[in-house]
Design a protein around this ligand. Structure first.
Ligand code: IMP
Length: 174
């Protein structure tokens, strides 16, 4: 059984939405000392565009997580394979994630980063995929809400090859 791909968000739609997110975040953190913590690897393109859409410079750091599970779902057992490297204590921290599915990864990460005692801790995700949510995680900034489907492109992959596509596609089985 093969998979067809259908374009869900074009380059222009993504660029417009990222610009809006940047303006919103810029309004909410005026004159603040913001650190963006990106979740590798999927976030690298979104984060690169988002930091350049902000009206002020920020510091960036990254984490890498892995979750053991079968197929395209996570099991809830999340491990950190690369932790943040800067001190987050008393800083305003914004987690930046590519896509939220069950919510298990972000719930784990939020709890982990909260233990670093930041001044504030919020989440910005490009895609809020709602159908399979198992844990409610408050998402403070959302690029695109999507009901379901496996998405690739603009950092998102399904075996690495699709990560560098500039648009976001949904894979559809035929
Ligand atoms: P969660 O813990 O179920 O919320 O899973 C989040 C992680 O699963 C994301 O950071 C992605 O790495 C991966 N993921 C979930 N849905 C998709 C998708 O549609 N495309 C690509 N990766 C996905």
């Amino acid at each position: 059984m093969g998979a067809q791909k259908r374009c869900l968000f074009s380059r222009d739609e993504i660029a417009r939405r990222v610009a809006e997110l940047g303006e919103g975040i810029g309004r909410d953190y005026p004159g603040r000392d913001l650190v963006l913590v990106g979740v590798l690897k999927g976030v690298f393109i979104f984060m690169a565009d988002l930091v350049r859409a902000l009206p002020f410079p920020v510091e960036v750091d990254f984490v890498r997580l892995c979750s053991y599970g079968a197929g395209t779902t996570t099991s809830g057992e999340v491990h950190i394979t690369k932790d943040v490297e800067m001190s987050l204590r008393d800083r305003d921290v914004l987690i930046v994630e590519d896509i939220v599915d069950t919510g298990l990864t972000l719930a784990f990460l939020k709890q982990h980063l909260a233990s670093h005692q930041p001044r504030s801790l919020k989440i910005c995700c490009l895609i809020d995929k709602q159908e399979r949510r198992e844990v409610e995680v408050p998402l403070d900034y959302i690029g695109f809400p999507v009901e379901q489907g496996f998405l690739v492109g603009y950092g998102l992959d399904c075996g690495e090859g699709e990560r560098t596509w500039p648009e976001i596609f949904v894979l559809e089985r035929d």
